[in-house]
Design a protein around this ligand. Structure first.
Ligand SMILES: CC(C)(COP(=O)(O)OP(=O)(O)OC[C@H]1O[C@@H](n2cnc3c(N)ncnc32)[C@H](O)[C@@H]1OP(=O)(O)O)[C@@H](O)C(=O)NCCC(=O)NCCS
Length: 153
C-alpha cells in the first residue's frame, strides 16, 4: 500500500516547538527516554546548525527528525513517528528524505546515538545502512548507547 506523505522543513505548516514536543511525548511515552519540552526544543533550534524536518500524512504531522550539521558531518538528535503510524515505512521514508537533503549540503557522514535496547530504532537504522561503530557506557544513566554511522554514498 502506498501512503502519500511529504516532508517539510522547519516550522512550515503551523509547526511549533509545542507541537514538536507533543509528538515527542506521544512517541516516547512507552520508554524511559527523556521527553523534550517545548522550551528545550526551542533552545536547541536557536542554534542555526540545528534543523528539523516534519513528515506529514495529508493534514497531520506524524513524525519528525531533528539534526545538527557540523560541516561534512550530521548528527541525528532525534527521530520519531507517532505510535499509530508506525510499521508503515514512515521511519525509513523520513530517513531517506534526510539523506537526500544531507547530500545537497555535501554531508559525508551521519552519526547518531541510540539506546542499546531500542530494537525498533536499531533495526530501522540498520535497514537504512547505518552501522554500529562504538558504544558510550551508561550514556542513558542506566544503559549504554550505541553509536551508529551512515557513510553517504
Ligand atoms: C523507531 C521508529 C522511528 C520506527 O518508525 P516506523 O515508521 O515504525 O519504522 P518503519 O515502518 O519505517 O520500519 C522500518 C524498519 O525498521 C525496523 N522496525 C521498525 N519497527 C520495528 C519494531 N517494532 N521491531 C523491530 N523492528 C522494527 C524494521 O526493520 C523495519 O523494516 P520492515 O518493516 O521491512 O521489517 C518508531 O518506532 C519510533 O518513533 N519509536 C520511538 C522513538 C524512537 O525510539 N526514536 C529513535 C531514537 S534514536
Amino acid at each position: 500500500m502506498t501512503i502519500s506523505c511529504a516532508v517539510y522543513n522547519g516550522f512550515s505548516r503551523g509547526i511549533t516547538a509545542e507541537k514538536l514536543s507533543e509528538m515527542h511525548r506521544l512517541s516516547f511515552q512507552d520508554s524511559v527516554e527523556q521527553v523534550w519540552t517545548s522550551a528545550e526544543i526551542s533552545s536547541l533550534l536557536l542554534n542555526p546548525d540545528t534543523q528539523v524536518m516534519t513528515l506529514w500524512q495529508e493534514a497531520q504531522a506524524i513524525g519528525f527528525l531533528m539534526w545538527r550539521q557540523a560541516g561534512e558531518e550530521a548528527e541525528i538528535l532525534t527521530l520519531c513517528i507517532l505510535p499509530a503510524r508506525r510499521g508503515q515505512g514512515m521511519g525509513s521514508q523520513i530517513l531517506q528524505e534526510f539523506y537526500l537533503l544531507a547530500a545537497k549540503v555535501k554531508t559525508e557522514e551521519i552519526f547518531l546515538e541510540v539506546r542499546e535496547n531500542n530494537a525498533a530504532a536499531i533495526s530501522l537504522y540498520e535497514k537504512n545502512a547505518f552501522k554500529a561503530v562504538g558504544r558510550r557506557k551508561n550514556y542513558y544513566r542506566d544503559q549504554d548507547a550505541l553509536i551508529m554511522k551512515y557513510i553517504m554514498e
